[in-house]
Design a protein around this ligand. Structure first.
Ligand code: SF4
Length: 743
């Protein structure tokens, strides 16, 4: 292992292990470092070099994002001092003392004029556990507001709601990721891991070798392509019909006598009503809804059941069902994840030694970030803010009267709709989120940001959200801070400081600590990560996500800490072997069917002129792209959004590969170049969501939400696509070439 600082990648929830060392040639450490970024900032100046490090999730591998992550540490476009927007709209430096005074005055003014709930906090699944924990406490005790939520609502909320409902607990993977290696069948629902977290793909290889990788995706994504050459099956449903597809597979399991009835009787409640509800989803009907051939629906069910049986009866192989954002980011996302869980329970997978169900967390600390209090309805340890016992526990830990802890706030989409409204948020703090690009109906969100009385954004770059801010506060980057993250397995890991931040930069813990003092907040607010983690241990003790037995020293010694990890235990790598987290130890099965709205969207997408828009990610970029668009190598490779569409769809509209197109609906319009290929259904188009401005996919997505989780609908917007330039010759050539291909 090379010498240096052992830490983890700043980006996704796989949290690949890496070592950071001083760059051999500072300022020239990365290929392409002298290529200007898409933001026209000066070139990156890497201060550190990255090397992959052995760890079970990545086994030494990193993706392109990880390899280039240090480029941002010395980036010349970094915000390194507080910036205040003048009346001319230009941001100019102010001192930290001035900045803190301005924030304090803005909060007090908002309290006086509009009440405590006029101040809001928007957090992130990228924050360390310490920062996420302290942010929840800061909002409730220092800002005295219930209005806190975070961007994980856009990511994990439906899977979390479904997990809590079925199992009584939400831990993305209830088993170590290495367990997947021995599986003979893996059903991957709506996740393109080959692009979002490439080192994860090695854990699918066993299933692929056994011809058992089954990928559900409307696109022939890089992951779906792994099913080729006998690797498995690719099911390509119309966007928004995943729930019907899962019900169809479940129908076959039930009606062909493939269900594990002993497991259902012994370990579940509610299975009888689920079994009854499946009768309407016979394969031919599901084919008519989803476009997936009935033969493949039957084949999928049989392969899953065979693998589940072999694993149980002969201790051979294994069977896993994994879900991702593709099936969860819908208005019926909780029900779709519930259907996937029901299917896994029908097969008797959860809690089995070689099988299971899991959801793949996206953001770096998407797991820990949803456990310790930055959700509107939550207190640390995955406690409910409405639970009197949880409130009493936290009041004791914080040393305050319980009445000082506000009630539940608003989930993210409702929160953002309230910006600038009479009873809404008027003074907003944003930490680690770029809602101007990442939120649904982004045009309306930007208008909301502009209507605020005061907007404070804590960031290290001038993101699109920071550009709207009255005050931008420069904060430390990942390699400049200590802390912990919780990866997609529910394993707590250490983030370590390898670099001193620039002189004008502060940590968010420091900022909260100083503001709490200026606002005369009760309790204590430390700026030391280890001290905050010690408090988090106490706060989480006895909760579902119990970290009380974990400390920095054991993590530094290499301990594998999977929660729940109460004091005196050795942690819980695998959940559910002895029972589920509901009081009676049984899993709760809930019958679900596609919503009326989803059924309407099938019909809409079938209209000849409109197309179903799915949004998603590219290999080179992370989330809103605020970071990766500034990495020269990544930006050079993927500088702009491109609309993927099928040749048939393109030809009908006179669109050629590389040509400019407009994509419109009632919410907005984007203008991007076309990428024409057969890897997508003719009734569907795909747009990555990492880009701002004219290429911003979220100008088109709808702020409609899942009624249980608050998850927005990101995957099935209805759009109209047109060629921009009237180039009759090109259009005619496209149609003619398509006809030749058909004949
Ligand atoms: S897969 Fe995720 S954690 Fe690993 S290097 Fe890539 S972005 Fe980083």
């Amino acid at each position: 292992m090379p010498s240096g600082t052992a830490t983890h990648c700043p980006y996704c929830a796989l949290q690949c292990a890496m070592t950071l060392s001083p760059a051999a040639v500072p300022g020239a450490g990365f290929p392409g470092a002298d290529v200007p970024t898409s933001e026209n900032a000066p070139a990156a100046t890497p201060l550190l070099e990255v090397a992959g490090r052995e760890f079970p999730t990545n086994r030494g591998g990193l993706c392109r994002k990880g390899w280039t992550s240090a480029a941002l540490l010395g980036h010349a476009g970094r915000v390194t001092e507080p910036l205040l927007k003048g009346s001319d709209g230009v941001h100019r430096p102010v001192s930290w003392d001035q900045a803190l005074m301005l924030v304090t005055a803005a909060v007090k003014d908002s309290w006086a004029r509009h009440g405590h709930d006029s101040v809001g906090v928007f957090g992130s699944g990228g924050l360390t556990n310490e920062k996420a924990y302290q942010l929840g406490k800061f909002a409730r005790l220092a800002l005295r507001t219930s209005r806190i939520d975070y961007n994980g609502r856009f990511c994990m909320s439906s899977a979390a709601a479904a997990g809590n409902r079925a199992f009584g607990v939400d831990r993305g993977l209830p088993f170590p990721v290495e367990d997947l290696d021995s599986a003979s069948v893996i059903l991957l629902l709506g996740s393109n891991v080959a692009e979002t977290m490439p080192p994860f793909v090695q854990h699918l290889q066993g299933a692929r070798d056994a011809a058992g990788l089954i990928v559900v995706d409307p696109r022939r994504s890089a992951t779906a392509a792994f099913t080729g050459n006998g690797g498995g099956i690719h099911l390509q449903p119309l966007p928004g019909t995943d729930l019907a597809l899962i019900l169809g597979i479940s129908h076959v399991v039930l009606h062909e006598g493939l269900a594990d009835t002993a497991f259902l009787e012994e370990r579940t409640n509610g299975h009888k009503s689920v079994l009854r509800s499946l009768s309407a989803f016979w394969p031919e009907r599901v084919q008519s809804i989803t476009g997936v051939p009935a033969t493949l629906i039957r084949e999928t069910a049989r392969r899953l059941a065979r693998a589940a049986r072999l694993a149980k009866d002969e201790g051979h192989g294994g069977c896993y069902i994994l879900s991702g954002r593709g099936v969860e980011q819908h208005v019926d996302g909780t029900d779709t994840a519930t259907a996937a869980i029901n299917l896994s329970l029908l097969l008797g997978l959860p809690g089995s030694a070689r099988s299971g169900y899991g959801t793949l967390t996206g953001q770096g600390n998407g797991q820990g970030g949803r456990e310790h209090g930055q959700k509107a309805d939550q207190l640390p340890g995955y406690r409910k803010i409405t639970d009197p016992a949880a409130r009493a526990h936290m009041a004791k830990v914080w040393g305050v009267d319980e009445s000082l802890i506000p009630g539940a706030g608003l989930p993210a989409v409702e929160f953002l709709k309230s910006l600038g409204q009479p009873d809404g948020v008027r003074c907003l703090f944003v930490h680690g989120a770029n809602v101007a690009v990442s939120a649904p109906d982004a045009g309306a969100v930007i208008a909301g940001l502009r209507s605020l009385d005061f907007l404070v954004v804590c960031d290290f770059f001038m993101s699109e959200t920071a550009a709207e801010a009255d005050l931008v506060l420069p904060v430390a980057q990942w390699a400049e801070e200590e802390g912990t993250m919780t990866n997609l397995e529910g394993r707590v890991i250490r983030r370590r400081r390898a670099l001193t931040p620039p002189p004008g930069v502060r940590t968010e813990l420091w900022l909260m600590s100083r503001l709490a003092e200026l606002l005369d907040a009760p309790s204590t607010f430390s700026d030391d990560p280890r001290t905050v983690f010690e408090e988090l241990r106490l706060a989480s003790a006895g909760g579902l996500a119990d970290y009380s037995g974990i400390d920095y020293d054991m993590l530094d010694a290499g301990g594998a800490a999977y929660w729940p990890y109460p004091v005196g235990s050795t942690g819980t790598p695998r959940l559910f072997a002895d029972g589920f987290a509901h009081a009676d130890g049984r899993a709760a099965m809930v019958a679900v069917i596609p919503s009326r709205r989803a059924q309407r969207s099938f019909a809409s997408a079938a209209e000849p002129d409109s197309l179903a828009l799915a949004t998603g990610r590219l290999l080179e970029h992370y989330q809103s792209g605020a970071q990766t668009r500034r990495v020269a190598e990544l930006s050079a490779s993927q500088p702009e959004a491109r609309l993927q569409l099928h040749p048939e769809t393109a030809a009908r509209r006179g669109i050629v590969d590389g040509g400019l197109v407009t994509v419109t609906n009632e919410r907005g319009e984007v203008q991007v170049r076309a990428e024409v290929n057969t890897a997508i259904r003719p009734d569907t188009v795909f747009l990555p969501f990492h880009f701002p401005g004219a290429g911003s996919a979220n100008r088109l997505t709808e702020a409609a939400t899942d009624p249980i989780s608050g998850m927005p609908e990101f995957k099935t917007s209805r759009v109209w696509v047109k060629a921009v330039t009237a180039e009759p010759a090109l259009a005619a050539a496209a149609v003619s070439s398509h006809r030749k291909e058909e004949s």
